[in-house]
Ligand binder design. Structure first.
Ligand code: ASP
Length: 336
């Protein structure tokens, strides 16, 4: 028998009708009771919180990270499943992945349809996630959803409502689940894991600002003025904005703010091609390009860098390390 710990955090998989809409209110044991158990699995539930994931804070995410490490301190545990809202699942999963240095899998899952829905996807997703947690090793943090297994890194929510809610738009699936079997198709690339940070007294503010036609840099500067220690610039195309943004980025980086450069395009890497406000100039102004990582995970990489050190140079080294495997994620090490 394998022993899997399920950490319950809320989301649609724990959501019920509240009179005007759905919201998370079920605890972990109620969520677990909806799912069939694989016959060779015993489950223990950690009831961490029950919130919908757009409401999660950095404090929630760090609590989850620390809980994962506390659970894995028990060598008798074979793996972890985290039930989570789908909206910010990619952020929490990536944070845990960046700090994961254990052979055992941590598998995130959730649902697109609420608890108790007759055609709900939660029970099957949970069943599959338990199988993945039990049967896989050495793959880092995973997302198991709709019969697909994804590496946390690079995987984002790509569907607002459809059951197959997750994908890496720049990469491929890691594996699949069917007929009680987990098939691993490739090995993810992951950088050296980071040490789990202490819970700081004041959590750093990290903002995102999106570029668009007619945008000026007012909101970018407002973020810095509000005390942001990091800003993710969600640029257009392969990472382009305007000369005004270049100036604002240079001012921010001169003040010690970490700036990461991603794009609002769904797939492909940020690349230095254009000048006159393009990625060539933004990078020269100190922005760090994020490869194929999109905004939510770029923000988590910045957050992890800020939590890792108080020193600007070290923060930038950690940020580059956290981003480093992103560009290579499309190149599988192993094909089976
Ligand atoms: N739609 C979301 C979910 O699937 C709501 C949330 O993220 O909590 O769980």
């Amino acid at each position: 028998m394998g022993r899997i710990v399920v950490i319950s955090t809320g989301g649609t998989i724990a959501s019920r009708w509240q009179g005007s809409g759905f919201a998370a209110d079920a605890d972990g044991n109620e969520v677990m009771a909806t799912a069939p158990l694989p016959e060779d699995v015993t489950v223990e539930v950690v009831d961490l919180f029950s919130v919908n994931s757009p409401r999660l804070t950095t404090a929630h995410q760090l609590t989850l990270l620390r809980t994962v490490h506390e659970v894995l301190a028990d060598p008798g545990v074979d793996g972890i499943v985290v039930t989570h809202g789908t909206d910010t699942l990619e952020e929490s999963a990536f944070l845990v992945d960046l700090h994961h240095h254990d052979e055992r899998s941590v598998v995130f899952t959730g649902a697109q349809l609420p608890m108790g829905a007759e055609d709900g996807d939660g029970p099957a997703n949970l069943y599959d996630a338990l199988l993945v947690a039990l049967r896989t090793r050495g793959l880092g943090v995973l997302v198991s959803f709709a019969g697909q297994v994804h590496a946390a890194r690079g995987t984002i929510k790509t569907q607002t409502l459809a059951a197959d809610a997750f994908a890496d738009p720049s990469g491929e699936w890691l594996g699949k689940i069917g007929f009680g079997k987990v098939t691993v198709l490739r090995q993810p690339r992951r950088p050296q894991p980071l040490a789990v940070p202490a819970m700081p007294e004041a959590l750093p503010r990290v903002d995102m600002v999106m570029h668009h036609a007619d945008a000026d840099a007012l909101l970018f500067r407002a973020a810095v003025d509000a005390g942001a220690r990091g800003v993710v610039l969600v640029a257009t195309g392969a990472g382009n904005a305007t000369p005004e943004f270049v100036e604002a980025v240079a001012e921010a980086t001169a003040r010690g703010v970490l700036v990461a450069l991603t794009t609002r395009v769904p797939a492909g890497p940020v690349t230095e091609i254009y000048t006159h406000g393009g990625a060539v100039d933004l990078v020269a102004a100190g922005a760090v390009p994020t490869g194929t990582l999109r905004a939510g995970q770029a923000r988590i990489a910045v957050l992890a860098a800020l939590l890792a050190s108080g020193e600007r140079a070290e923060q930038e080294r950690v940020l580059r390390l956290a981003l480093s495997a992103g560009a290579a994620a499309t190149k599988p090490l192993v094909d089976a």
